[in-house]
Design a protein around this ligand. Structure first.
Ligand code: DAK
Length: 257
């Protein structure tokens, strides 16, 4: 891996993926995106990993797709490149992914953070979809996810002007879970990840799947999906452990079975 760094034992059951093209503000070139896809796939299959944190560095989470790599491309070049496999992989990763964002999260970088399940932001974080300023528009979910998070008026403003919003505004619009001082953003993301990692990983993954489903289907269908997952969890040892631990007034020890 040249452009990302993967630490599997960042904390118990928590893997850390760091985007690592600091000079280019973590601009997402094709190699980086391929590495990210492969790492997520591997971590999703690793029983010792329950939660994944995705981060950049203090200055930039990611300043978008690599404009220098895209500049000379034509439609067919863009179409031929298998870019969607990375976004598909993020979307289908069963384990929760927390984005720990500091500095710029722009264009594909903002889309990447929004595709994660939660965002812990440093007070220096800036979010935006500035593609309009370079003659294009968001292409990896920005018009959809930003609109769902911010509502039509604000999303339209950001997408059509390329303006950024700061961490405070992102929190107000419920784009991020919390804001913390810059020196604490990774620590806070790790705390949140650890809380989740202490739960049954099967229940966590089914709950994540159910919450995500609410974005895809109408209420009746979503409730039906949720109910099936709820019943399914009674086939797990973790359900017995969790409920017995409650009755016995002790801490549960979930095994992911
Ligand atoms: N691509 C390539 N290089 C970038 C970059 C980018 N997106 N962003 C920054 N850099 C490079 C700069 O060129 C500079 O490199 P050198 O000139 O030193 O070699 C270095 O990073 C530092 O940047 P600056 O000197 O510009 O730093 P400043 O602090 O002055 O400004 C900035 C920071 C973030 C405001 C500025 O760099 C900026 O505006 N960057 C571009 C932001 C942007 O427009 N992002 C959107 C890109 S388009 C899709 C998947 C993804 C996408 C679309 C489709 N499919 C799956 C279909 C995504 C598209 C995009 O994201």
């Amino acid at each position: 891996m040249e452009f990302i760094k993967v630490t599997k034992d960042h904390a118990p059951y928590i893997a850390l993926i760091e985007l690592n093209r600091p000079k280019e503000l973590n601009a997402l070139n094709l190699q980086l995106m391929g590495e990210l896809r492969d790492a997520l796939k591997e971590l999703d299959n690793d029983d010792n990993v329950r939660v994944i944190i995705l981060t950049g560095n203090e200055r930039a989470f990611a300043a978008g797709a690599d404009i220098k790599q895209m500049a000379g491309k034509g439609t067919i070049d863009m179409w031929k490149v298998d870019q969607f496999s990375t976004w598909d992989q993020i979307n289908k990763t069963r384990k929760p992914i927390i984005a720990a964002v500091s500095g710029f999260a722009l264009g594909g970088g903002c889309e990447l953070a929004m595709t994660c399940d939660m965002i812990v932001a440093s007070e220096t974080a800036q979010f935006g979809q500035p593609e309009i300023k370079i003659g294009v528009m968001p292409g990896a979910g920005g018009t959809q996810r930003l609109t769902k998070a911010l509502g039509k008026a604000k999303a339209m403003e950001l997408v059509l002007t390329g303006k950024f919003i700061d961490a405070e505004e992102a929190l107000r619009y419920k784009l991020v879970n919390k804001i913390v001082p810059v020196e604490l953003y990774l620590e806070e993301a790790t705390k949140l990840a650890s809380e989740i990692a202490a739960m049954s990983p099967i229940a966590v993954q089914m709950a994540k799947e159910s919450v995500k489903r609410s974005f895809e289907v109408h209420l009746e269908e979503g409730l039906h999906f949720e109910r099936k997952n709820f019943y399914m969890l009674f086939a797990s040892e973790d359900q017995k452990e969790g409920m017995n631990a409650f009755v016995e007034k002790r801490k549960p020890d979930f095994k992911g079975r």
